[in-house]
Design a protein around this ligand. Structure first.
Ligand code: PLP
Length: 406
């Protein structure tokens, strides 16, 4: 049984107050809170087991290396990647996507080649592709979402032309909560020889991910949203694409031999991990993923889907609130604006006075904001520890904000 009260006990920060009220943390889309097992693992790694990895032949270095390297396998298991050699450990999604842009796309794409993006991508899955547009004349093709926020996989497939080299698409929108049928996109793209990069930053937090079933080329995740430390993350790259990819950064660890004349690179995935990595962050990420797997990703998804249904029902009673993203199978992520003069920043300030943490602003989705015809919104994004009681507190706080601004 999914015991949310017990789970909440695993997260020390959830028992604190904010502005004299119990914290209601609904900013999980930006970054999630950390369970005690992760905090303890970080402490232990520094207090008892710290040294640089891969380099030393002494006990502490061996322990740190073993713990760090074990995370590759944990990430592979978490994403059902099949082979842990296909996991590159890094600092998060932004680094992962930039690695693909610089290491795989830049050497291969030419002026006039196309990259397909959905309009609801996060800037981390837009700006690296703009680099290719600016520097190499690559063409960015955009696919819209409909008025519910749904992305029709057929529209993505229909956008493929003879010059399309890559589709870069989110698995789950950080603002609308929309889930994307990436499996269909990957199947059809593969049949047409087009690579697919999936931004899994949000999806991996809220639902089981099975990369062997999805069949993508690249899949990026970011540790701090997965209840792990900031500065940790990973990108899955198939062996075939890894063989095509050039290193994005050069330095220690990614080489086997360096002379004045030449460099011999390490085998992948090490070839793509230059310099001292986020050792402790990555160890913490492994613990966080084990924690999620112990709870069960299907159980987490079921809990959050029930929270979504409850929230949809409660918010539907507020006829002065406009919600963006209404697909029935969406994740528990709610973007909303309030009728009248209330700016999302003002609303979030009122909510904060009630202990409710939400995000307000553009949420790093400029093209989506333009598509929706708004400049900012508030976002309440739920995590594995949130409760229906917290939804009630959110609704009360919204009613207060509405009374103040109406
Ligand atoms: N993609 C999505 C969908 C996100 O929500 C985020 C974070 O907000 C990112 C990418 C970027 O992740 P990071 O800043 O951890 O690299």
């Amino acid at each position: 049984m999914y015991d949310v009260a017990k789970i909440r006990g695993d997260f020390p920060i959830l028992s604190r107050e904010v502005n004299g009220k119990p914290l209601v943390y609904l900013d999980n889309g930006a970054s999630a809170q950390k369970p005690r097992v992760v905090i303890d693992a970080i402490h232990r790694a520094y207090a008892e087991e710290y040294a640089n990895v891969h380099r030393g032949l002494h006990t502490l270095s061996n322990i740190a290396t073993e713990k760090y390297e074990a995370v590759r396998g944990i990430v592979a298991r978490f994403l059902n990647a099949g082979r842990e050699e296909e996991i590159i450990l890094n600092s998060g999604t932004t680094e992962g996507i930039n690695m693909v842009a610089y290491g795989w796309a830049m050497p291969r794409l030419e002026a006039g080649d196309e990259i397909i993006l959905s309009v609801m991508e996060h800037h981390a899955n837009i700006v690296p592709w703009h680099f290719l547009r600016e520097r190499q004349g690559v063409v960015l093709k955009w696919v819209d979402v409909d008025s519910t926020g749904a992305l029709d996989p057929q529209a993505v497939i229909d956008a493929i032309g003879p010059r399309t080299k890559l589709i870069a698409v989110t698995h789950l929108s950080n603002v609308l909560g929309t889930r994307v049928d990436v499996r269909t996109i990957c199947r059809e793209a593969r049949a047409r020889g087009v690579a697919v990069l999936i931004d899994g930053s949000q999806a991996a937090v809220h639902q089981p991910v099975d990369l062997q079933e999805i069949g993508c080329d690249f899949y990026a995740v970011t540790g701090h949203k997965l209840y792990g430390p900031s500065g940790s993350g990973a990108i899955y790259v198939t062996s075939d694409r890894m063989a095509e990819m050039q290193p994005f950064m050069g330095g220690g660890d990614m080489i086997r031999e360096v002379t004045k004349e030449t460099v011999i690179y390490n085998d992948p995935p090490m070839k793509f991990e230059a310099g001292t990595p986020g050792i402790v962050q990555t160890i913490g990420l492994g613990v966080a993923l084990e924690y999620m797997m112990d709870l069960g990703m299907a159980n987490i998804a079921a809990h959050e889907d029930a929270l979504r249904d409850y929230t949809v029902a409660q918010l539907s009673g507020l006829n002065w609130l406009q919600t963006q993203g209404t697909t029935p199978d969406k994740a528990a992520i709610f973007s909303f604006t309030m009728e009248g003069a209330a700016h999302p920043h003002d609303i979030s300030t009122i909510l904060d006075k009630k202990g409710v943490a939400v995000r307000a602003g553009q949420h790093c989705v400029g093209p989506l904001m333009t598509h929706m015809g708004i400049t900012a919104s508030c976002r309440a994004s739920f995590g594995l520890y949130n409760t229906t009681d917290e939804v009630d507190v959110l609704v009360e706080a919204l009613e207060l904000a509405h009374d103040l601004f109406a």
